[in-house]
Design a binder for this molecule. Structure first.
Ligand code: DC
Length: 227
């Protein structure tokens, strides 16, 4: 039997920098990349646009198989997320959309509806998967599982700097409140709560720059003969 396609699962709370590290790693390795949070965000937006209440787990889940999503890049390298052909990347990345996503993500039928869609990203030569339950639920056989953590204050500060760099006004207090609310929902839901897999390597990034985190993950990859 052919060896399974390798997966690097990178999980952790909101704003910890998983996306930055996971994307850089996928690019460096030439592997596929799964941004699972984007799928929850897109589904939440689709439900809102269709007038489906976010608490109606069955109706929200029923929308999932119908979504025609494409992840893409504009010629200038900017991220594009096409839903039924329209670029909704700006809306997908909005802070408010993160909260909508976290709200629908508590429903087991919603999580089940997105499961196969996430597993479909597992294609040769390998996959870097970014999320909350990549190592615990979606890819429990991943040969390398990383759990990134950092204090809520540090994550809010990073988010604020990111928004300011993008030319958007941002203050710390509301970002910190939002991060705490999402942590609470993501960690305490009954299905697939945010937690490190038993075999995950936990890295506290509070005082680390992204390049140092990436270097640590690459060391682990080499140590496990995955590259
Ligand atoms: O990673 P993100 O901020 O884009 O994720 C948005 C929300 O989606 C997050 O607060 C919880 C939910 N989510 C999830 O429940 N499971 C995942 N694998 C990814 C995201």
């Amino acid at each position: 039997m052919a060896a399974p396609v390798p997966v690097i699962a990178i999980d952790g709370p909101s704003g910890v920098g998983k996306g930055t590290v996971a994307r850089a790693l996928a690019r460096k390795l030439g592997w596929h990349f799964l941004d699972s949070g984007a799928l929850y965000r897109i589904l939440a937006l689709a439900a809102r646009n269709a007038g489906v209440p976010l608490e109606d787990a069955g109706r929200v889940a029923a929308l999932a198989p119908k979504l025609k999503i494409r992840f893409d890049q504009a010629p200038d390298g900017a991220e594009r997320i096409l839903l039924d052909g329209a670029d909704i990347a700006g809306e997908v990345r909005a802070e408010t959309t993160g909260s909508l996503a976290s709200t629908i993500a508590v429903h087991p039928p919603v999580r089940a509806a997105l499961l196969q869609r996430q597993r479909d990203f597992r294609e040769p030569p390998g996959l870097v998967a970014d999320g909350r339950d990549m190592g615990t639920v979606v890819f429990p056989d991943a040969p390398l599982k990383i759990f990134l953590d950092a204090s809520a204050e540090e994550r809010a500060r990073r988010r604020m700097l990111q928004l300011r760099e993008a030319g958007r006004g941002a203050t710390l207090a509301p970002l910190l409140a939002d991060i705490r609310a999402r942590d609470e929902r993501d960690r305490n839901r009954s299905t697939a709560p945010l937690r490190p897999a038993d075999d995950a390597v936990v890295i506290d990034t509070t005082t680390l720059l992204p390049a140092a985190v990436l270097a640590r993950v690459e060391e682990l990859l080499h140590a496990r003969n995955l590259v």
